[in-house]
Design a protein around this ligand. Structure first.
Ligand SMILES: Cc1cc2nc3c(=O)[nH]c(=O)nc-3n(C[C@H](O)[C@H](O)[C@H](O)COP(=O)(O)O)c2cc1C
Length: 215
């Protein structure tokens, strides 16, 4: 009986800790999203002849900010991808973790995204932006790659992340876009730091200028 009591107590403490952790993460994410929303606004000119497209998925706004900054610098067309399964909040976070984990063994598992396809024929270069989830670019960007062709395009994958991106996943994404017609591929990364020690949005934009554009 005493042993059972301690087992239940340990499980309850464990579940409580997981819940508190996830709740804290969603709280930080929501604050970030709110704070980033108005930063670096960008609307492409109505008649835009730019040969560069920036397509991105972002859950809590960091990749979106990077995407707007890149698009502004390049005067590019900007295409956000929406993935309703991963809305901010506990449910979306749990689903994100669940799907990112499931994709490790079931690579054909793809979430719903809007838009599913974009006509990339008018472009020479497409930047594909995504956060990193469980070391891999997040599922929505894999879905976009799966549903589209990249014939003759230079593809630049860019990721924002907290600590680590798995090179093997970047290599797989490169293989995918190449198999779907891309003529060349580059990867740009933006390490933001762990939850409590992250760089500010301004520092991130400065780092993008320095690391992605000053070569
Ligand atoms: C479900 C989930 C899994 C994550 N996994 C990782 C990871 O494996 N490595 C990492 O460095 N960051 C990871 N992160 C952090 C995000 O990549 C990082 O905060 C990113 O900048 C968020 O971009 P966004 O604001 O555009 O959504 C994860 C975030 C979420 C929500």
């Amino acid at each position: 009986m005493t042993a059972m009591y301690w087992i239940f107590a340990a499980v309850a403490v464990m579940l409580g800790s997981v819940f508190c952790y996830l709740y804290a993460v969603t709280w930080i994410e929501s604050r970030q999203a709110e704070n980033l929303l108005g930063k670096q606004p960008y609307v492409a000119a109505p008649i835009n002849t730019s040969r560069t497209a920036v397509v991105y998925f972002s859950r809590s706004g960091n990749t979106a900010l990077a995407a707007r900054h890149v698009a502004k610098r390049l005067q590019a067309q900007l295409f956000p991808l929406n993935a309703p399964d991963y809305e901010l909040g506990l449910l979306g976070l749990t689903q994100a973790l669940n799907d990112a984990n499931a994709r490790r063994s079931q690579t054909d598992l793809l979430p719903e995204i809007t838009p599913r396809t974009i006509d990339l024929a008018p472009f020479d270069t497409v930047w594909l932006g995504s956060p990193v989830w469980l070391y891999s670019p997040a599922p929505p960007i894999w879905a976009f790659v799966e549903h589209n062709r990249f014939d003759g395009l230079h593809v630049v994958l860019f990721n924002t992340f907290n600590s680590h991106v798995g090179e093997e996943y970047v290599a797989k994404l490169k293989d995918k876009v190449t198999a779907r017609g891309a003529k060349s591929f580059e990867h740009r990364r933006m390490l933001r730091g762990r939850m409590t020690q992250q760089i500010t949005p301004e520092q991130m934009l400065h780092a993008i200028d320095e690391e992605w554009f000053s070569k």
